[in-house]
Design a protein around this ligand. Sequence first.
Ligand code: GTP
Ligand code: MG
Length: 198
Amino acid sequence: MPSTVILEKTVYTIDQLGEMPLPQLALAGRSNVGKSSLLNKLTGRKNLAKTSSTPGKTRSLNFYKVTPEEFYLVDLPGYGYARCSKSERDKWAALITRYLQKNPWLVGVVALLDSRLPPQTLDIDLITYIRSQGLEVFPVMTKADKCKQPVRHANQAAWQRLLGLQKPPMLISSHSGMNIDKLWQFFLDKLSAVLSRE
Ligand code: GTP
Ligand code: MG
């Protein structure tokens, strides 16, 4: 687990997106899927990222700097939040697109998926888009504690088939802590090539 994590930059508009010259792993997923909760659990800090049962809590792109490893975990604003206006949704999409497109520091995108649900169009669209940009997607299924084993198994298998994965996506729970250490190790493994070059 990381020793120190600090929120270094919060970005609301494309203008504020300057270069952040350290390797980055982004956390993406629909609103309420558990992005901020995962960040808190990974870092062992309950209130590092604001969480809420009301979808749409994270409206900005947040750069969390991890030391001593020296990389950023980037919490992206959740998509699919129906209650906000279309212009607001378009603004988010533009910001995320711009962030994903021109970013040589981005190592990959962790796509968080709700383990209780079969593959949803919005999630499939996002993953397809990320892959079309030549970026690697790491699917992770959240809220395992809230879902009975046969259901999450079926949903894992469906995602595995759909994405053509060798193994089913990892199941995690930010509430029970299930597989959180394993996920952290997975992140470090993915980052190791770029980190050791520094
Ligand atoms: P936005 O900021 O709106 O994009 O949402 P988010 O993806 O950051 O979700 P957030 O972490 O705020 O979590 C949303 C709700 O789900 C909160 O009520 C959390 O307590 C709950 N939640 C998150 N992870 C888990 C989990 O592993 N298990 C359970 N049971 N609930 C979870
Ligand atoms: Mg959030």
